[in-house]
Design a protein around this ligand. Sequence first.
Ligand SMILES: [Zn+2]
Ligand SMILES: [Zn+2]
Length: 622
Amino acid sequence: MTTTRIALPFAAALIFAQSGTALAQSRDSTLTGFPALASEFIYTSLAFSPATATQVGLHDWTDPYTGRSAHLDSLLDSFSPEAIAKQRAYFTGVQSRLAALDRAHLDPQTQADYDVVANAAAFALYGLTKERFHQFKPQMYAEDLGNSLFANISLEYADKNTRAADLTARVARVPGFLAVARRNLRATNDIYTKVALEETDGVTSLVKDMGADFTRGTSSAERYAKVAPPAIAALVEFQRFVKDTLSKRGTVDWRSGVGMFNAKWKYYLTVSLTPDEALRIAEDSMRKTRAEMLVLARPLHDKWFPTHKHEGDSTAVLNAIVSETLAHIGAEHANRDSLLQAAKANVEELTGVLRDQKILSLDSFPNLQVIPTPEFMRGVYGVAGAVFAPPLNPNLATFFWVTPIPAAWTTERADSKLREYNTYKMLDLTMHEGIPGHVVQGAYANLLTPDWRRLLRSVYTNTPYAEGWAVYGEHVMMYDAHVDGGDPVKMKLTDLKGMLRIYTNVIIDIRLHTRDMPGDSAVAFMMRDAFQERPEAEAKLQRAQLDYVQLNAYFAGVEEWTRLRQDVQKRDGKNFNLCRYHDTVLLYGALPLPEIRRLYMAGVAPSAKAPESRCGAANAAN
Ligand SMILES: [Zn+2]
Ligand SMILES: [Zn+2]
């Protein structure tokens, strides 16, 4: 969800941090027809992954088929052949049950839900049968394990004694989990092996240090001390296996190839753009954006650096002028102790703009807390991030975390971070993560009714919807509401630098995975055309090598949001009301964007507890 997270040794997925009662979750047994299927689908598919279930807020579960109940927070995900066969059978069964329902006879909203379940089942089957990360991606086991164990520590879903007992139970299962991994895995490659070894180190230190600290003084301390050493030994053995045995079993190409790329594009993004169109638009936009940055930067550059003479080829001149100008803009920043105050002031200002300029109707966010990032999460959240209440406990707090600069940092190091996260960038970031970005979108998503629909659309959130909305929201603030930190040119250059990164991600991902772009060309491209430093470009290359398609979500999302807005505005002409438009599309929830377009263009009302409208009649927007 956040653009600002830096990678832990293992990828922490959604993190929620608020104490709350662990509610016994159950499906609504009064439902029939498709709603009954959807509701059952949400809980059953979550229960297949205890790691995800803990994060989403599903803690206990009774299997409707066997009647067996399970405390999911104490279990690990299972990748055994039996578990995989069971999941395949379940998702195939869901497909048959969907086929037996007549989609055409459902109302337009329920048709959207039908499509969400159908896509989720097809995507799950694609993962289990075609992608098969459990056979080809050793780092997947380290990441899954890291996320599972970390969830018990970081999410305050129950009191500490309960969570310590859950963590201890999970750690006791580590040797069995890794034995399955060693049986499943068939191949690797250099990059997977390198990352698997690093991430397994991360899990080992989590078990050794963080887990031991967490359980100390709880009723599980003694048992933890017994189960941790065999878990650590199994992790060391897994590393030996990946390095010495797996590399001899076989090699897998990290490039997905066109077939898998297109398949995942369809399931993961669910947008109307094709990869070819996305690549063409991104390359085009990249050229235009660089040219626009030069036009904006040149007058500032010539004023600030009157003695400079830039000669040589036009790419080098453009890069010099623009990057010197960006660096100079970076000098306007908060001081090292006032980042949090600056973020709070930004949240306040942006909320006032929502209200005064009627950007949308919801203008108070009582569950939002702007606080320093908790200490143990500062490695994950290098700068800031929005952290949501779990879908199953939607009334818990939502946080906007801001990571303080450690007192131990030298002035030089602190300044370098502050220049990157300067006044304009912090404002931009607060728009993206907070107002009107992720925080506002999440608040609207909580208002959906009925409850099964709210849950379905938030557990199966469409990423281009969420990320695209956050980027579109930045643009609404900058270009509709004219929030610019006091200088529209500096603000726009800051935005365009971010957009270049979004275009670059599309270009390298598609070219690396489907067009054989060499890795070093990708790094050179990012450094030459997108103002990136070598370490940043190399880290991005590695990220692209580890998975495919995901890097396209921001671009595909903002592209669809921008087009929809243009088309609606064109259709409605003088009657277009920005506020009502935003209220409606947000109250549909995080559906794939072609579904949002279909519902909106057909005039389908959202099903939600809509906030009191402040939109007024037509033309209320500006
Ligand atoms: Zn985001
Ligand atoms: Zn210069």
